[in-house]
Design a protein around this ligand. Structure first.
Ligand SMILES: NC(=O)c1ccc[n+]([C@@H]2O[C@H](COP(=O)([O-])OP(=O)(O)OC[C@H]3O[C@@H](n4cnc5c(N)ncnc54)[C@H](OP(=O)(O)O)[C@@H]3O)[C@@H](O)[C@H]2O)c1
Length: 241
């Protein structure tokens, strides 16, 4: 039987890149999606069975074309990892609506439209797995993280609802909540900081960053178990009241 196919957005860097590597090692053919063609080509040369699909997934028409191209290339899509994303640090008072709209397009609308394009394919196949990458910031109220964490909270809501809607089609929709992870995320975050920093200043120490490889293992766990929510650390799990 040919290898199952996983589509990973944001595969050129960080968590997506490590996930693409781990999925390849675990037997998947991986569709590598991001804007950086050079980085994807280099990665693809390393990953057996992979193929490159250059797309700006904040453009919703590009998302639909990308999913169609992946489907045409591989003939199936078994796993979708909606991982491409970007942070935006700004106090609410100074949050720029246009910047927030951009972040919302990338962090919410893009995974929504990717799910919409992939679900009919998975339904026809009889099964599938969709993993949406959320954030530990959705479990807290951190200063300066209002826009980013509320975008990811919207993604949480869409994911849990989609999960309930497509369970009958044997499609499992799961959320993975990474905590601070050592990637280019911080460097790529749009910054419009005010007076306060999001950690520190209140006596709390910043916990050590996780590796992208560690988070990739949690994504694989979500694919294999199909559970609704995977927290990369037990202590992140919301406590019952
Ligand atoms: N690192 C953390 O501390 C952390 C914590 C919680 C959640 N997360 C989430 O984890 C996910 C992965 O982040 P990361 O830490 O791996 O960050 P990263 O190293 O900055 O990687 C982001 C990835 O997204 C892609 N991307 C960004 N904008 C894109 C666009 N418009 N179209 C297509 N691809 C785009 C980037 O590729 P190109 O630039 O090549 O397009 C890159 O591959 C994100 O959803 C992030 O919100 C990260």
């Amino acid at each position: 039987m040919s290898r199952p196919v996983a589509l990973v957005t944001g595969a050129s860097s960080g968590i997506g890149l490590s996930t693409a590597r781990l999925l390849t090692l675990s037997g998947w053919s991986v569709a590598l999606v991001a804007r950086s063609a050079d980085k994807l080509q280099k990665l693809s040369a390393e990953l057996e069975g992979s193929a490159v699909f250059v797309a700006d997934v904040s453009e919703l028409a590009a998302v639909r074309k990308m999913v169609s191209d992946v489907h045409q290339h591989f003939g199936r899509i078994d796993v979708l990892v909606n991982n491409a994303g970007q942070g935006y640090d700004s106090p609410i008072e100074q949050t720029d609506p246009d910047t927030f709209r951009h972040v919302f397009e990338l962090d919410v609308m893009s995974p929504l439209v990717t799910m919409q394009a992939v679900i009919p394919i998975m339904r026809l196949q009889g099964s599938g797995s969709i993993i949406n990458i959320s954030s530990g910031t959705t479990l807290m109220a951190l200063p300066n993280m209002g826009a980013y964490s509320s975008a990811k909270r919207a993604l949480n809501g869409l994911s849990l609802t989609a999960r309930a809607e497509v369970a009958k089609d044997h499609i499992a929709v799961s959320l993975v909540y990474p905590f601070i992870t050592a990637t280019d995320f911080e460097k790529n975050t749009i910054k419009q900081l005010g007076q306060t920093e999001w950690f520190g200043g209140d006596g709390h120490e910043i916990p050590p960053a996780d590796t992208a490889e560690f988070v990739a293992e949690k994504i694989l766990e979500a694919i294999r178990t199909g559970v609704a929510e995977v927290y990369v650390h037990e202590w992140m799990k919301p406590k019952p009241e």
